[in-house]
Design a protein around this ligand. Structure first.
Ligand code: AMP
Length: 402
């Protein structure tokens, strides 16, 4: 196969993109970039394979009211110029929720889109944008094969027990289950683990994906055994603006005593909680780290305390722990957060090498640590590109982790 694969990762206010030549999709993409601040103050950034910055000079002006729909057609035109003689032969998309049905990527068609539309209420912040991007590409290039790659698929290896809530059986049967998310990121880390850990890669590993959205995944044999996120991407760790795990009694109190509507509670829990809610300053970890405000410090402390607690709970699901991997924006860049989380885990035998941690080195544990501690940059786009190539060439299922 020749040509190129387009990867789109459409978030609520951002659009990440990358183009991989089909012939060597395991190497860095030809072009990778992001349009951030969509709907408010759009900012374009992109670079080529050598790291050289690329400019949006041939595209239309990026206005505050430019939405995803208006951006995708000119972005496709811009990408065609960047990749020269190559033709885009397929597009792969990140889709947050695949429900129970998908344990691997799937070719887009009308029936698939109808199924994915029904999952919008389970991921209201992300799923609508993921699906809108697919529809937009269909309109711009009607015959282009498209592939949906799900954040939930990686977790379908979990036991029924790990996926159940303690709710009446009929609700479980209806699909009220712990699905888990960030699966594309975990998939990437699972594939790269052997190059960092050798045989220990197949042992008991907890990956902490700490970004604006945050979760953890306990793996054994590089497969998901348990994860901190549940039915929706609201559960588990404290996040940028999401609350994470919460006593469901709080939701009842907000409804019954404070008279809040479902929409108001949803907005509170998805958009006004987490680091933003606790600090009252920002959802952005870097901004909080540079703030002297006591509430910023308290928000960071709570984030780390809660993360360590989730990690300890997940360790029980894999009978102990051999390695911790930090990834995503906070996990890859915040030495402070990694150190604070690991401070709570001294009792487990976790010991950091302070200098390596400050450098964001790939291995940050001290030599006498009982547990390996790694920092591995994630690459969801690479996983999507590989899956898209496989589906396009007629191979079904998730690429094997090895
Ligand atoms: P992501 O969602 O993976 O892009 O991660 C975004 C989060 O990473 C934001 O909270 C950023 O503030 C945080 N982040 C990125 N770089 C740093 C850094 N150098 N120090 C602390 N936090 C960072």
């Amino acid at each position: 196969m020749t040509g190129a694969i387009l990867v789109l990762n459409a978030g609520s206010s951002s659009l990440k993109f990358a183009v991989y030549p089909v012939a060597d999709d395991k190497k860095p993409p030809l072009v990778r970039g992001k349009i951030a601040g969509i709907g408010s103050a759009p900012v374009f950034s992109a670079h080529d394979r050598t790291g050289q910055a690329l400019r949006w000079d041939k595209g239309p002006p990026l206005c505050p009211d430019t939405d995803h729909d208006a951006l995708i057609p000119p972005l496709l035109d811009w990408l065609k110029i960047q990749i020269g003689d190559l033709t885009i032969i397929a597009a792969g998309h990140r889709v947050v929720h695949g429900g129970r049905d998908f344990d691997g990527p799937a070719r887009v068609n009308d029936a698939l889109m109808a199924k994915l539309d029904r999952l919008v209420p389970l991921a209201p912040l992300h799923q609508p944008h993921n699906l809108a991007a697919i529809r937009c590409v269909s309109r711009a290039v009607p015959d282009l094969p498209q592939v949906a790659c799900f954040d939930t698929s990686f977790h379908r290896t979990q036991s029924p027990l790990a996926q159940m809530f303690a709710l009446p059986r009929e609700l479980t049967d209806e699909g009220i289950l712990r699905y888990g998310f960030h699966g594309l990121s975990y998939d990437y880390i699972a594939r790269t683990l052997p190059s960092h850990l050798g045989d220990r890669a197949n042992g008991r590993v907890i990956v902490a994906h700490l970004g604006n959205g945050a979760s953890m995944c306990a793996m054994k044999g590089r497969r998901s055994v348990a994860t901190s996120m549940g039915f929706t991407a609201l559960d588990g760790l404290m996040m940028g603006q999401r609350c994470g795990a919460l006593d469901p009694g709080v939701v009842l109190y907000l409804m019954q005593q404070k008279g809040m509507s479902a929409a108001e509670i949803s907005q509170l829990l998805y958009e006004r909680s987490g680091l933003l809610g606790v600090s009252g300053i920002s959802n952005d970890m870097a901004a909080l780290q540079s703030s002297a405000a006591p509430r910023a410090k308290e928000a960071i402390a709570l984030f780390c305390y809660r993360a360590a607690g989730e990690l300890a709970q997940l360790a029980a699901s894999i009978d102990g722990l051999d390695a911790i991997v930090f990834t995503a924006g906070i996990g890859e860049n915040s030495a402070l957060v990694r150190a604070r989380i690991c401070d709570h885990l001294l009792w487990m035998g976790v010991r950091l090498d302070t200098a390596a941690n400050v450098r964001n080195a790939p291995r940050i544990n001290a030599v006498w640590s009982e547990i390996d501690v790694l920092v591995i940059p994630t690459d969801e786009e690479a996983v999507i590109a590989q899956a898209t190539r496989m589906i396009k060439s007629g191979v079904s299922g998730r690429p094997s982790p090895g």
